[in-house]
Ligand binder design. Structure first.
Ligand code: SIN
Length: 326
């Protein structure tokens, strides 16, 4: 009798332990500040998932390169050390050449064209371009179009000659700066402010949101509103982690992520304007926009870069992206 009750007690303990199974932890790592489209997307994702799957899934967000930088986050993801990230589309060169399309200079005339291409069949197929590498593309997130900042005025392509510009780890971006006779320097985002402050480099390219939230405008005397390229993100996870979630959980996580991305995209559109205005109002830097004539000169020297990468990216894909401008 005593033996039977011991067995029953043991079974009861096992059942209650499994009912209280530890929640799945989703670590989200990113390199930007919290008050950015990506930072806000990550916080919204946490809020939605944790309210919809209480006790089952917990989300831990690590902003500002606290956990991983963009140079090592994908390796860490494949090792299972982080479950969600949204590196810029320019940081996937080692995993696929297809995403290089998003770095081609002057390809998209505005964010509506970007949105239209990303939502097209060709754009959606690109989400699967990392599958062979064990990564799952879960969606695109906007930041916006890039501007040029420097410690001297930049209006014509000749103004960049011999100047060092920090770029992300993308060969297209390197070719883009080489086309204007500048010196591209590949460096992690976390180092940009110090490189600019110490004048180890002369300038950089980034969105209004990143220039504002990371205070680059405080250490650059000039910003040229050039809108010459795109800085958007691919939200990724590892296939191994994704498949460990049961189908119902996966569905809720994906729906929450889609909603969080929509939230981030709305913030991206707002910040592109409000952060630009805040930078102008600060009086710390001089902001000038390219005139139509100046813009034509930039397009003329930078557009040949498309041909250089056409083989790797695919002429059809470039055509489809260009068509999104209509
Ligand atoms: C980011 O927005 O995630 C960083 C972009 C950069 O490296 O310039």
């Amino acid at each position: 009798m005593r033996f039977k009750s011991l067995i029953m007690a043991a079974i009861g303990t096992c059942l209650s332990v499994s009912a209280m199974a530890a929640p799945v932890t989703i670590k989200v790592s990113h390199v930007v500040a919290e008050n950015t489209p990506k930072g806000q997307m990550a916080m919204k994702f946490k809020e939605l998932v944790e309210s919809r799957l209480p006790g089952k899934v917990e989300v831990k967000v690590f902003p500002n390169s606290q956990l991983f930088g963009d140079d090592n986050v994908l390796e860490a993801m494949l090792l299972g050390d982080v479950q969600l990230a949204a590196p810029s589309l320019s940081k996937f060169d080692n995993y696929t050449k297809k995403l290089q399309i998003f770095d081609l200079p002057f390809l998209f005339k505005d964010m509506a064209a970007v949105e239209s291409f990303q939502n097209s069949d060709s754009g959606q197929k690109l989400l699967d371009s990392l599958e062979k590498k064990g990564l799952v593309g879960l969606g695109y997130l906007h930041n916006g179009l890039k501007q040029l900042s420097a410690n001297a005025p930049i209006a014509t392509p000749e103004d960049t000659s011999g100047k060092k510009f920090r770029i992300q780890t993308s060969d297209v971006l390197a070719a883009q700066f080489e086309a204007v006779d500048a010196v591209p320097v590949k460096k992690p985002f976390s180092e940009v402010f110090t490189l600019l402050q110490t004048k180890a480099i002369d300038g950089q390219e980034n969105t209004w949101s990143n220039i504002y939230s990371k205070k680059f405008f405080e250490v650059q005397d000039y910003i040229t509103e050039s809108n010459h390229g795109l800085l958007d993100y691919l939200v990724v996870t590892s296939k191994e982690f994704w498949m460990t979630l049961d189908a119902d959980t996966r569905k809720v996580v994906k729906t929450s992520l889609d909603e969080a991305i929509a939230h981030g995209n709305k913030i991206a559109a707002e910040k592109a304007e409000s952060d630009k205005q805040a930078i102008i109002a600060s009086g710390r830097t001089k902001v000038t926009a390219l005139s139509d004539e100046e813009r034509k000169a930039w397009v003329k020297v930078m557009k040949p870069v498309w041909k250089q990468f056409e083989k790797e990216i695919g002429a059809d894909l470039i055509e489809a992206a260009e068509a999104s401008n209509q």
